[in-house]
Design a binder for this molecule. Structure first.
Ligand code: HEM
Length: 228
């Protein structure tokens, strides 16, 4: 069995014309979009409760009381859903030496000279930043969220601790919205990326240009005859 360091076991090159590379299995895509949908619901219900001018958004959930009841439930489900995504992808998001060289020379990318940057595995440093950023912020939000969930945990922490928890919860929420904006912008800005999460495939050219080490590994694995 060929060594697998930069790819998932389901990644493979499909001999179509032009060549396509399978980047996400169906279950991973469903997992991603389910998480994304829940996070949108979390943002809408959370911001409706956070800032009075946005209170009208509670109308989407059937009023203030419903929004207040549903928001933490969306949060817990979103965390479990993200956890499933996390378990599939964490190894491929570990920082590597080439990520630092890539980040130091990021100008080349902006100038359209990606050829001069090191070859990368499945993810670049920006994607890894989104991954770990969302991981730590969701963790902070779920812990602080349980502390302020008075309906089910009224006496879990003292009032001063609860005030700190509200602050941590709000700051983490604002930061995660910023990260999601960067994530969506990067997915649109890097042409050909969206199909990775919609159809599950990217073109061979996209893989060669942005994640060559990943592509090389997938190709090498397919070259290796199956074990006897
Ligand atoms: C709602 C709009 C969203 C769009 C259009 C979008 C789009 C995408 C696309 C196209 C990819 C594939 C990138 C690639 O393989 O190179 C991706 C990956 C990913 N997305 Fe999203 N996404 C959205 C929301 C979210 C949200 C809310 C989260 C956070 C929980 C999220 C977490 C991830 C993760 C963890 C990956 C794998 C990348 C990695 O592990 O570094 N996405 N997304």
């Amino acid at each position: 069995m060929a060594k697998r360091e930069f790819s998932e076991s389901t990644d493979r090159i499909v001999a179509t014309e032009p060549v396509e590379v399978r980047r996400y299995a169906t279950h991973t895509r469903i997992n991603h979009w389910f998480t994304a949908a829940l996070i949108v619901l979390l943002i809408l219900s959370g911001f409706a409760l956070f800032w009075p001018p946005l209170f009208f958004l509670t109308g989407l959930f059937g009023g203030g009381q419903n929004a207040r009841f549903l928001h933490p439930i969306f949060g817990v489900v979103a965390c479990f859903s993200f956890l499933l995504l996390f378990l599939q992808l964490w190894k491929l998001n570990i920082m590597r030496r080439e990520d630092l060289v890539w980040a130091r020379n990021i100008r080349e990318l902006l100038d359209g000279q990606e050829e001069n940057l090191p070859e990368l595995g499945k993810y670049n440093l920006g994607q890894k930043f989104v991954f770990w950023g969302m991981f730590w912020l969701l963790l902070a939000m779920v812990i602080s969220g349980v502390m302020i969930w008075q309906q089910f945990f009224p006496d879990l922490v003292s009032i001063p601790v609860r005030r700190w928890a509200v602050l941590v919860h709000s700051i983490s929420a604002v930061l995660s919205v910023l990260i999601i904006i960067v994530h969506v912008y990067a997915a649109i800005w890097t042409r050909g990326t969206i199909s990775a999460m919609t159809r599950g495939t990217v073109t061979g050219g996209w893989a060669w240009r942005h994640h060559r080490k990943w592509l090389r590994e997938v190709a090498r694995r397919q070259d290796t005859p199956p074990a006897e």
